[in-house]
Write a protein that binds this ligand. Structure first.
Ligand SMILES: C[S@@+](CC[C@H](N)C(=O)[O-])C[C@H]1O[C@@H](n2cnc3c(N)ncnc32)[C@H](O)[C@@H]1O
Length: 258
């Protein structure tokens, strides 16, 4: 296949994605399988093909980034959010809370947040920043058309209230929900972070990063949060020694900035 180190640096030049920050064994296995599937024998040939064909490059980025998402993923955690964390945040920060959904993929997560927030405050008070590295998923998020699979965990009342079924098996999310979310491209490994957040939701992406990359991201999340702000992580992403990054474990999967 060739030299993976050289491949990584060429991919960085082309995409600004630093593959050294992703767990190597898993990432290399995925990339090697993709290259073999494309009928290509070496990294050099693959890079040449990516340079010639922008569509292939976009496809490669989307493949790399693993975009699986769904509405209300891990329902128990969303229940804790609704019953304990949101009331805490409203009490501490008032009604205009600032939320950042980082690595939001196709929008399922920030839109779930809007639906839960709408149980407490009017839609015109809700503003969520949602970011991801992958432009393709952000485009999909902005369109807001989902299949049944993405919605399978979402309580029926939300589907009825916030979606219109179109063409049999697709569901269009309503504009009033879309308007509450601002989507932007953002690379957690490279770009500067927003500030003044009351809650950051970042789930199911840290698992792909190396320990060093994770440490740096936790520090930056801490700086991005207001004091007493909350970080909500994925179900296999509990933070070991959260206090090293200025957090206190508040509930499982929720960490409060000290
Ligand atoms: C498995 S999805 C998780 C989506 C959603 N948070 C959830 O839990 O359902 C991982 C997302 O992380 C994004 N991602 C990967 N590397 C990233 C990076 N360096 N910066 C920002 N987003 C990244 C991918 O594009 C993908 O959409």
């Amino acid at each position: 296949m060739g030299d993976y180190e050289v491949f990584k640096s060429k991919i960085f030049q082309m995409t600004k994605i630093d593959l050294s920050c992703y767990k190597e064994r898993q990432m290399k296995r995925r990339i090697d399988a993709l290259i073999v599937k494309a009928g290509i024998a070496t990294y050099d040939e693959y890079v040449a093909a990516l340079k010639k064909d922008p569509a292939l490059l976009e496809e490669f980025v989307t493949y790399l980034t693993i975009n699986v998402s769904e509405f209300y993923r891990n329902p128990d955690q969303w229940k804790v959010l609704e019953n304990e964390i949101l009331p805490y945040l409203f009490e501490r920060f008032g009604n205009d809370i600032r939320i950042w959904s980082a690595a939001c993929s196709t929008g399922d997560e920030p839109y779930t947040l809007v639906m839960l927030l709408a149980k407490f405050i009017p839609l015109n008070r809700i503003h969520i920043l949602a970011t991801d590295l992958d432009k393709q998923v952000l485009e999909k998020a902005q369109i807001g058309l989902y299949d049944e699979k993405s919605l399978k965990g979402l309580p029926k009342e939300f589907i009825k209230k916030h979606f219109t079924q179109v063409g049999g098996e697709s569901y269009q999310i309503h504009d009033e929900i879309k308007k509450c979310v601002e989507f932007k491209q953002h690379n957690l490994l490279k770009d500067s972070y927003p500030s003044g957040c009351d809650m950051i939701v970042c789930r199911n992406v840290m698992i792909y990063f190396t320990e060093d990359a994770k440490k740096s991201i936790y520090h930056k999340f801490n700086q991005a949060l207001n004091e007493d702000g909350m970080l909500f992580v994925g179900s296999t992403e509990q933070i070991i020694s959260a206090e090293d990054y200025g957090f206190t474990a508040y509930r499982s999967f929720f960490y409060k900035k000290d």
